[in-house]
Design a protein around this ligand. Structure first.
Ligand code: GLP
Length: 291
């Protein structure tokens, strides 16, 4: 199994060989890909994103925050720096932003994106979108965000992490499966999980956030969810193999026509059908270049 990255000095034609094909329009099952390590899982996600950018330089990406995504963004920055991967035509929409934090607040997701990706690549600032958590009229801000996504032509490839409560974006338990971008109160479990990003001080974690809805996410053409580490094993098993329920927003991805869940061995540990997922990965021609 090789972890090929596109070798330095190759022409863009060579790089195209790594494209994993047009997204298939079929209504499919959720696909689960198990990679040996956290790095391998992030590497596959980065390869898929890069392939999309090469094939469609004006791709509309949906972006996620969180620790799981950090190695993905690092790999994309490396691809820009070392292999000339250009983001100049790429447009991005982030899943969510805290209410009440200014863009330049170190705890904001705008700051996260600037630090981990935007400041290190050639993306146009105007092409990067996050909800404005400081908007005076939050409802209008949410409607505008939905409108901007629609005007961009819709999200081609949506990256997702998963929270311990099973949220995607900040769609906390009981988020309607058809929900759209809106401001929402965060659950105590999410505040607890995210306190680490506020110096461990729970009182500093905002209590609300603007998030794309589950319905917004389901409208994307393709979803890639990344989960790594043993603390995600329980929730991944429930989201992928359990019933679709608004108690676990990520389970709604079972309704998505083209969703790929990439996990490392630790996060896969509680999936009952691991051998089946490995078999599919080994036998689907689409995945040959990534094995
Ligand atoms: C935050 C984000 C989610 C993300 C989650 C997982 O709550 N709003 O979109 O999926 O973090 O974060 P981590 O990757 O750090 O576990």
């Amino acid at each position: 199994m090789s972890n090929r990255w596109i070798p330095a000095g190759r022409s863009s034609n060579d790089r195209r060989r790594f494209y994993w094909g047009e997204p298939k329009p079929r209504a499919d099952s959720v696909e689960v890909i198990i990679r040996p390590t956290r790095h391998d899982a992030a590497f596959l996600i980065a390869q898929l994103v890069e392939a999309q950018i090469i094939a469609h330089p004006d791709v509309v990406l949906g972006l996620a925050t969180g620790e799981s995504m950090e190695p993905v963004y690092k790999l994309l920055c490396d691809a820009h720096r070392n292999y000339g991967l250009s983001f100049s035509g790429v447009r991005t929409f982030n899943l969510d932003e805290y209410v009440g934090l200014a863009a330049d607040d170190p705890g904001s997701y705008r700051s996260y994106m600037e630090a981990h990706l935007f400041s290190q690549i050639d993306i146009e600032a105007n092409n990067t979108h996050l909800p404005n958590g400081m908007a005076a009229d939050l409802e209008a801000e949410c409607d505008n965000y939905e409108r901007s996504i629609a005007e961009s032509g819709g999200i081609d490839l949506q990256l997702l992490g998963i929270g311990r409560v099973g949220h995607i974006g900040f769609n906390e338990p009981l988020s309607a499966l058809r929900s759209r971008t809106r401001a929402k109160a965060l659950s105590p479990a999410t505040i607890e999980q995210n306190a680490a990003h506020f110096g461990g001080d729970h009182s500093k974690v905002p209590h609300r956030a603007i998030t794309m809805g589950v319905g917004t996410i389901l409208d994307s053409r393709r979803c890639l969810l990344l989960a790594t580490g043993a603390e995600k094993a329980d929730i991944i098993a429930k989201a992928v193999e359990g019933p679709v329920t608004s108690m676990i927003s990520a389970s709604a991805l079972q309704l998505h026509p083209r969703c790929t869940v990439v996990v490392d061995e630790d996060a896969a540990a509680k999936l009952s059908q691991q051998e089946y997922y490995r078999w599919i990965f080994e036998n689907e021609p689409e995945w040959k270049p990534f094995q």
